[in-house]
Write a new protein. Structure first.
Length: 165
């Protein structure tokens, strides 16, 4: 590898919404890698609350001051997107043993689709291992306080969307 080559990683996900658990992974990755591309998957099979563009905008806002973090969106196969970005490393967070099987299937499939692609895992901070985006949506829908789980701008945005709906 060329010495001045940038070590970039793609952190893909639905991020509907981005949670403090995701933020923890992104921050840690940005001190390990030169560039972290947080990429929102456009997935019409998964029903979502925020539009893809709302999610991109919200994540950009959260990381506005971190120059190592780039925010993007992608449609179709992750391996094709990674190739188009010229990035061979995918990052995923592992919260509990329950994540393991799904993550292993995805990492193996992606590597079969393109043998250059490697997936690296970061163990989620125990403080956030119980969080999921669905749980947060439920809490907000039911009038609960989600400030412990999502940054303030995202909580505000979600409340706004839920009021309109
Ligand atoms: N902290 C908190 N929550 C976390 C988390 C963390 N560190 N890591 C994952 N989660 C949660 C998410 O909030 C989400 O919760 P939800 O199910 O309640 O919404 C859940 O874990 C999983 O979501 P996410 O990490 O966003 O993954 P995903 O399963 O929605 O998306 C893709 C996976 C987008 C990476 C995958 O579907 C993909 O690559 N799609 C592109 C098409 C493709 O290439 N398919 C073949 C893949 S082999």
């Amino acid at each position: 590898m060329c010495e001045d080559m940038k070590r970039s990683v793609i952190y893909p996900g639905s991020f509907d919404p981005l949670t403090n658990g995701h933020i923890n992974i992104i921050k840690r990755a940005s001190s390990t890698f030169d560039e972290v591309i947080v990429s929102v998957a456009i997935n019409s099979n998964k029903s979502s609350l925020m539009t893809v563009d709302q999610r991109v905008k919200a994540i950009k806002k959260v990381f506005a001051k971190n120059k190592k973090v780039k925010v993007d969106k992608f449609e179709g196969l992750l391996v094709q997107y990674a190739k188009s970005k010229k990035v061979n490393t995918i990052l995923r967070g592992m919260r509990t043993v329950q994540d393991f099987e799904y993550e292993m299937q995805m990492a193996t499939s992606n590597n079969k689709l393109n043998s250059k692609i490697e997936t690296v895992f970061m163990v989620a901070d125990a403080k956030f291992s119980h969080i999921s985006s669905s749980l947060i949506k439920d809490i907000i829908k039911l009038g609960g306080n989600a400030e412990e789980f999502v940054p303030e701008p995202i909580e505000k945005e979600l409340k706004k969307i839920l009021k309109k709906g």
